[in-house]
Design a protein around this ligand. Structure first.
Ligand code: IVH
Length: 704
């Protein structure tokens, strides 16, 4: 890479455009779609380079830059809007079997036999960005992007400029949130890029990027000049039901003045859904706008309501994505990366190749079995072909964003290509790398003594969804980790940094990248993060299996650090009331639960957590709104046969109302709901004097 100091104006301009588009895209992927496409480290590197270019050529940034607002991500430049009803994403499917599975799952959940009628809708999945429009008294009062699903960005003024979005409605419910996708047609995208190019402004990589960049403009006049469109396909809060079915609700939105997709139709089961999929796929090239799959939804809204939601996706819908894009290239090398949980992940280093408009030079190889041509259960994959450095491999990008390797061309295998030998010791710390029974992944056993694990944990700790400390990104973490005089070896060290740098600034300043001002800013940014919401803290701990949504679930359930910590400390894997309560949380399975409990019982790890928390003021997270719920905070046990709903459904409903659902009756049980055939649990309840009611009484209690 040419040093910024050596770039001439033309080179700088060209590179600026490329970087600005990449940063804008990364921001959008991260903030708008909740689906980062590049690592935080790569993001930081892009932004640093962009900033360096702008420092030397300030005129480049004058037209607006993703770095423009002094390091703040664009999301922070828009007011935040808390969605009255969360904006969710969709489960993805690629294969026809996954669609029959989807149908089976729904039937099981609803206790419908294989022959009972079950109608779905099928509609194109628009490749744009989702938007929620709030109407009160028939007037558009707010438009918000999805953001993280709970909180989005206020883009009301921009949305008002979109012709497809009515600003007034007549005959609508008093409160109505209409949701759908903002997108740009192929023709408008091409014309916009031509205009941009003629004006010497940045061009966009694809229509979605253009739509996102156009909607998320601080100046609504720019949005107005951009040809955006909107399809309505869903709704959030509404003061009255729109219709009894999805299909009729969509028709109602059409009658209210929204544009709805004309290819939406009803299907009477998986095979009709697959017909719709094929038909839409055939029309894809001539639609004039990008779609990336077909969305199936249960038609009956009362059934949607019963099916409800998992932590981030509805049970009643699925996105059937179109196949991935493919390309062949050479595998130059296999590198092993050690992650924060010690996993040894093989990474393919590729001869760069364009796959669906994106240059790919790395791809995941999953694990050692995958390289060897075996599945985790020992069956042959790719016809048993292994993957060797030097091979020609087929790269693809599917719904998720990390490129993968699908196939090997044996006819092009170099004669001297040797099978890859997966390391059995950690390449970073030399500790044994072991595979546990049933685990596809080999893990370094070094724990916190493994520098790779420690540094990855730290990078995770400061990443954007965790502590997000301005000025302390992946690069700075590596620098501090390696530092002898002022090291950061564990999260607690971050909060002692200022105190340890006793002569404030003296040690830090003059180091590469640190001036007086940036040191002051860094200390201040660290200070600000001493106060942290519980969910972010839990996520930041980097516990295996605990992603953002699991951290949110845990935080919402326990509310405070004290409650969470006490429960995890008291819990034993596999038994006891704390374990029961933990695994009773909808979305928390035994594997996740065991991982959390174990990390609180692992001495070194626990000590490191304690040292960290001593520096923090952890904010309470509000439990779900269950005001007025007659069962909030109660522990309920279901036993016997339920006739009006399945167990899974009963449990999900009860939890949505703030109840805890336990598997066995104890003195802590508040209520037992007993159906026919209830046995020992009913007896136990009687013996303990716990209130017991039947299913009908339960339904009356919770309001049907
Ligand atoms: S329904 C509760 N329908 O896909 C489910 N989503 O991958 C609400 N999308 O965030 C979504 N076309 O931005 C739905 N016809 C369609 C869609 C669609 C595109 C987007 C939407 C969603 C994302 C999930």
């Amino acid at each position: 890479m040419v040093a910024v100091a050596e770039l001439n104006a033309a080179q700088a301009g060209a590179e600026w455009q490329r970087l600005a588009a990449a940063v804008a895209r990364a921001n959008q992927a991260y903030h708008t779609e909740d689906a980062p496409e590049i690592s935080d480290a790569d993001y930081d590197a892009l932004k640093r380079r962009l900033q360096a270019i702008e420092t030397r050529f300030p005129e480049l940034a004058s037209a607006g830059s993703p770095t423009g607002q002094v390091g703040a991500a664009p999301s922070e430049t828009f007011a935040k809007v808390r969605h009255a009803v969360r904006m969710l994403s969709l489960e993805n499917a690629f294969e026809p079997e996954e669609i029959t599975d989807f149908d089976d799952r729904i039937r099981r959940y609803l206790n419908l036999g294989p022959d009972a009628a079950l109608i779905y809708t099928a509609e194109p999945k628009i490749d744009g960005l989702s938007l929620s429009l709030r109407y009160v008294g028939g007037r558009l009062v707010q438009a918000a992007t999805r953001g993280d699903g709970e909180t989005g960005e206020n883009v009301t003024e921009n949305a008002r400029t979109i012709a497809d979005i009515p600003t007034t409605l007549s005959g609508a419910p008093e409160v109505l949130e209409v949701r759908g996708e903002v997108y740009m047609s192929h023709a408008d995208f091409a014309a916009l890029n031509a205009r941009q190019e003629a004006a010497g402004a940045k061009t966009f990589a694809n229509p979605r990027n253009a739509a996102a960049g156009s909607l998320r403009q601080l100046d609504a006049a720019i949005t107005a000049a951009r040809p955006l469109r909107f399809f309505a396909y869903a709704w959030g809060e509404h003061s009255e039901p729109l219709a009894p079915t999805q299909m009729e609700a969509i028709a109602r939105l059409g009658a209210l003045g929204f544009v709805t997709n004309p290819l939406t139709r009803r299907c009477d089961g998986p095979s009709a859904l697959l017909d719709a999929y094929r038909e839409i796929e055939q029309k894809r090239a001539t639609l004039g706008y990008d779609i990336d799959g077909v969305v199936y939804k249960v038609d009956e809204l009362s059934l949607q309501h019963r099916l409800g939601y998992r932590s981030t996706t509805p049970r009643w819908a699925i996105a059937h994505k179109f196949p991935a894009e493919l390309a062949w290239t050479r595998l130059e090398a296999i590198d092993i990366q050690v992650g924060r949980t010690g996993a040894l992940s093989p990474v393919a280093r590729l001869l760069p190749v364009t796959v669906g408009g994106v240059v790919v030079s790395n791809a995941t190889l999953h694990n050692e079995d995958y390289i060897a041509g075996r599945s985790a259960s020992g069956e042959a994959i790719r016809g048993g072909k292994d993957i060797r450095p030097g091979d020609w491999v087929q790269v693809y990008r599917a719904g998720d964003v990390i490129p993968k390797i699908a196939d090997v061309d044996l006819s092009k295998r170099p004669v001297d290509a040797a099978p890859y030998v997966f390391p059995t010791t950690c390449p970073e710390c030399g500790s044994d790398a072991v595979r546990e029974e049933g685990d596809a992944v080999r893990r370094c056993t070094g724990g916190l003594i493994c520098p790779a694990q420690a540094v990855e944990k730290l990078k995770h700790f400061v990443s954007r969804a965790a502590f997000d400390i301005e000025g302390l990104g992946a690069r700075q973490i590596e620098m501090f980790f390696a530092d002898e005089t002022l090291p950061i070896r564990e999260p607690a060290d971050i909060f002692t940094l200022a105190a340890r740098d006793a002569a404030h600034l003296s040690k830090l300043k003059n180091r590469d990248g640190f001036g007086e001002k940036s040191v002051t800013n860094l200390f201040q940014a660290i200070e600000e993060r001493r106060t942290i919401p519980l969910n972010r803290l839990i996520f930041a701990l980097g516990i295996r299996h605990v992603g953002e949504s699991a951290a949110n679930l845990l935080a919402r359930n326990y509310g405070t650090w004290a409650a969470f910590e006490a429960a995890m400390t008291a819990a034993t894997v596999g038994e006891g009331p704390e374990w029961e309560a933990l695994t009773a949380i909808d979305g928390v399975g035994a594997v996740l639960a065991a991982s959390v409990v174990n990390s609180f019982h692992q001495e070194a790890e626990r000590a490191s957590i304690d040292r960290l928390v001593a520096h923090l003021d952890v904010q309470e997270v509000a439990r779900p709104r269950t005001d007025g719920s007659p069962v909030a905070g109660k522990t309920v046990v279901f036993t016997g046969t339920l006739e009006k709903m399945t167990r899974a459904e009963a449990k999900a409903r009860a939890e949505a109302l703030g109840a805890k659902v336990a598997g066995s009756v104890s003195t802590k049980t508040d209520l037992v709901v007993a159906g026919p055939g209830a046995g020992s649990k009913a007896k136990q309840a009687e013996a303990l004097g716990v209130e017991m009611i039947d299913e009908d009484a339960w339904l009356r209690l919770i309001g049907g």
